[in-house]
Design a protein around this ligand. Sequence first.
Ligand code: FES
Length: 106
Amino acid sequence: MSTIVYVEPGGQRTTIEVEPGANVMRTAVGHGVAGIVAECGGAAMCATCHVYVEDGADLLPPLGEVEDEMLESALAERLSNSRLSCQLNVTSNIDVLVVRVADQQS
Ligand code: FES
């Protein structure tokens, strides 16, 4: 099991235990985490699932080309740790992943 900690725009932290392979966006939506809109349903076409990875980034797959382009259109400021949560799956080598949800999505 791995743990995803979501820091919601209001500052609330939601901690969720997940199985390997869990998608960060889908887990958030399924648990009612505030701030993830995910308009396109995970197709990397909307950038409304923007998060800042605060811990565990080094264990995630590198930024993809499409993800990189979509982050350019994200409403909140793009930072060096910006990712689209729909493109992130938790692998078994990740104990804890901490993501801060962008405070503007659409
Ligand atoms: Fe649309 Fe992630 S849900 S880009």
